[in-house]
Design a protein around this ligand. Structure first.
Ligand code: NAD
Ligand code: TYD
Length: 339
């Protein structure tokens, strides 16, 4: 049975991907390498742990030995592991450079040594930076704004260089903002839902008119599967839903679904370097045979239901994890204060 290494599989998209992939492919073995940072959570893989085609290894992608052992006998790598929260990268970017840049480099080195047949590097539309009008294509220049997006852009460049220099069969996906079950409640959608479920206000940055393109994680997982199997070596694939929303509109939808009104919005200081709009042209992946299956209305209501029905999952993070409270306290005191 072909074996694939999944890095960062205890996080949000990685765990959704493992669940999706094992359901849709019988003839595959997955090994997950994850160091379980504050964002990694074995509870995200609870229902998968007993699957005989799955194994979990706790280890850091920056550790060459851990990587060499985890990649043993693998024919492919799908690399999700990263530090992912822009606001954290503004407070302190050290871990972003280590994991996103050096960790990716370490994986690429080992993949090349092992002559891996496929290396799928998961990236983000944030590497293109902000666009007021129109859409970024895969050929648009990279112009990141935050320490997070610059570290991801650096890892994209490294991955492409391994294809050009050593012929490592790299493919890259650049996805818009994801939402769905198991997303850590610091990202805007689960943060706002769980705040409201706790009867708290939601802090909206700046004028609330920044625009993001939103994709349901399961739609992204199907696209990743397709690029892994059918993407052309050395190429980048944008994965976007085409569903753009201003943050204020998104907030109003969440407020309405949870029976709250606009008095629950607290306008706070803007994020430094806050990209105004992300928007990508996804024709290339559509030409490969993918399109999103979920409408935003259906998927956001699934997501809200999931957080309503899985209170212990997020309460365990919000109430019991010291890292969560430390970040929120530090962030509120330094950056998020009301105007
Ligand atoms: P996440 O923060 O929920 O999970 C990241 C996972 O990586 C965690 O399980 C964590 O423990 C693990 N990890 C972090 N550092 C590690 C290290 N040094 N060694 C091993 N494991 C480590 O992230 P996510 O939202 O699931 O994002 C997954 C990937 O998708 C990332 O590469 C991210 O840049 C990309 N992406 C995310 C979004 C989004 O909206 N969430 C959008 C576009 C791209
Ligand atoms: P986020 O979920 O952090 O994703 P990203 O910055 O990677 O796009 O934020 C999404 C948008 O929501 C972004 O424009 C910032 C905004 N935002 C708020 O207004 N308030 C918040 O508390 C958070 C976390 C984000």
């Amino acid at each position: 049975m072909p074996k694939i290494l999944i890095t960062g599989g205890a996080g949000f998209i990685g765990s959704n991907f493992i669940r999706y992939f094992l359901k849709t492919h019988n003839d595959v073995e997955l090994v997950c390498l994850d160091s379980l940072t504050y964002a990694g959570n074995l509870a995200n893989l609870d229902d998968i742990m007993t699957d005989s085609r799955f194994s979990f290894v706790r280890g850091d992608i920056c550790d060459p030995q851990a990587v060499a052992e985890a990649m043993k006998d693998c024919e492919g790598v799908i690399h999700f592991a990263a530090e992912t929260h822009v606001d954290r990268s503004i407070l302190d970017a050290d871990a972003f450079l280590k994991t996103n840049v050096l960790g990716t480099y370490n994986l690429l080195l080992e993949a090349d040594r092992k002559k891996i047949k496929r290396f799928l590097h998961i990236s983000t539309d944030e590497v293109y930076g902000s666009i007021e009008e129109g859409y970024f294509t895969e050929n648009s220049p990279i112009d990141p704004s935050s320490p997070y997006s610059s570290s991801k852009a650096s890892s994209d460049l490294l991955a492409i260089s391994f294809f050009r220099t050593y012929g490592l069969p790299v493919v890259i996906t650049r996805t818009c903002n994801n939402y769905g079950p198991y997303q850590y409640p610091e990202k805007v959608i689960p943060f706002f839902i769980t705040n409201l479920l706790e009867g708290k206000k939601v802090p909206l940055y700046g004028d609330g008119k920044n625009v993001r393109e939103w994709i349901y994680a399961e739609d992204n997982c199907r696209a990743i599967d397709l690029v892994y199997h059918k993407g052309t070596e050395g190429e980048v694939y944008n994965i976007g839903s085409g569903h753009e929303l201003e943050n204020i509109k998104l907030t109003e939808i969440i407020l309405k679904a949870l029976g709250a009104d606009e008095s629950h919005i607290e306008y706070v200081k803007d994020r430094p370097g806050h990209d105004r709009r992300y928007a990508i042209d996804s024709s290339k992946i559509k030409n490969l045979g993918w399109s999103p299956r979920f409408s935003f209305d259906e998927a956001i209501s699934n997501t809200i239901e999931w957080y309503k029905n899985n209170r212990p999952w997020w309460e365990n993070i919000r109430l019991k994890k010291a890292e969560y409270r430390k970040f929120m306290d530090e962030y509120y005191s330094k950056l998020r204060k009301s105007e």
